[in-house]
Structure formats: C-alpha cells, structure tokens
Design a protein. Structure first.
Length: 237
C-alpha cells in the first residue's frame, strides 16, 4: 500500500522543498517507486533537482490538480509526493473540499499525510494550530521541526499547540541541520542529495561524508515514522 504525502506549511522559507527533496531521495535510495508534483510556479525547486520524477501543478486549476488523483488511481503501488508552495492552501483546500479528495483516497485505500514543515518561530506554530483545527478525518499530520531553519523549538514543545498535536496523534520528525555553506554549494551546483554524497568532481571527501552522515540521520527519522505507520495500518486493515 502506497501513500499520498502533501508537504506544506504555508509559510515561506521553512524548508518545504528541502523536506520533499529529502523524502524523494529517501525513496530512491530505498528502491521505492514514487511520483512527484511541484506546485511552485516561480521557483520549482523540487522539480529542478528531481526532474525525471516530477511534474508541475497549477493549484488554481482543478484539471491540473486532478493529476494527483489520476496518478493515485492508475499507479496504486507508487508513493506520491506533492511539494506545496507557500500560500497555496486556499486553492488546494477548495479543490480538496469540492472534489472530496480524501474520500477518494479512502476509496482507493491510499493513506494520506499532511506534512507541516516549520521553523522555530511563532508563525509556524500558529499555522500548525490552524491545520490541527481543520484536520480532515482519517488524515495523518506529520510535523517536521527543521533545525536548518531554527535550533530552539522549546517554546513550541511547551505550547498548547504541541499538546494538541500529540492528542490528535500527529507524528513528529526532526530534520538535522546541514552546514549552511555546504547546503549552499549543493544547491548552486544543482546536485541531488545522492550526487552531493557521491560526486568526486564537485565535492571533497569531507563534504561527501558530511552529506552522507546528514542523509543517514534524516533517513533514520523517516524509517521510524514509516515503519510505525506500516505497523498501524497493518493492524487496522
């Protein structure tokens, strides 16, 4: 059984595309089939790094968004990743509501996840609280604390929003920070994360090792989350 992953957070600059790229590379390295969709009309970061796996989406057009549903129906064994640009929630939510999108996923027996990527600022927490208040029935929320965009999440972890997330069964993922200069080099070189960990021409042995360690650390987070979900779904089916 393969899942649908919407990677969002509404706020710009929190690392939504980074998280999507990491999850895409994780699936590639684990030999898991996936299809990607990129809603960012201006930058298209996800599609720039994983072109062969990704198609563009226009969130203002239903026939464009419907490609997600068609892919879910046609390729039942393929994971689907949707990279949500900032401020796409209004159009996406309207499409979801009017098309009963999560009802369709349920009919197709495809688990759906809403990933909320956040920095350590108050805006990310307020947006998460809004998401939790509107969380559709049967849809799991995954909260990504991106340490590349903030290192002190203590205020969030002591908040009522954090407790609400726990009570509603949200999953928590912590993304480790990659050295900023190294991340910048990866991006400016247009390297996938696999290439960054293996390209001897562009990356030194120390840089390749740091990327590899960073990937392994984040992959451990994904392994734990996905293994728990496989166990949970196996018990409920």
């Amino acid at each position: 059984m393969s899942s649908i992953h919407f990677i969002g957070g509404e706020k710009g600059g929190v690392g939504k595309s980074l998280t999507t790229r990491l999850l895409a590379q994780y699936f590639i390295d684990r030999g898991v089939a996936f299809a990607g969709f990129d809603t960012d009309q201006s930058h298209g970061t996800f599609s720039r790094f994983y072109t062969e796996f990704t198609a563009p989406l226009n969130v203002e057009k239903y026939d464009s968004l419907d490609a997600i549903l068609e892919t879910a129906e046609t390729y039942p064994d393929t994971q689907i990743l949707v990279d949500l640009a900032a401020q796409t929630g209004k159009h996406l939510n309207q499409w979801i509501e009017e098309s009963d999108v999560f009802g369709i996923f349920a009919e197709l027996n495809r688990p759906a996840y809403l990933w909320h990527v956040m920095d350590d600022g108050a805006d990310s927490m307020f947006l998460l609280n809004k998401l939790l208040e509107q969380q559709p029935k049967g849809v799991q929320v995954v909260i990504v604390q991106n340490h590349g965009r903030g290192e002190d999440f203590s205020n969030f972890e002591q908040s009522a929003t954090y407790r609400k997330a726990q009570e509603q069964g949200a999953h928590f993922v912590t993304l480790k920070k990659l050295q900023p200069n190294l991340m910048q080099k990866v991006d400016f070189s247009n390297l996938s994360f696999w290439a960054a960990a293996n390209n001897r021409d562009l990356m030194s042995i120390a840089e390749r090792k740091r990327v590899g360690v960073w990937l392994d650390s984040n992959y451990t987070q994904f392994d734990q989350f996905l293994s728990m979900e496989s166990h949970r779904l196996g018990e409920t089916l």
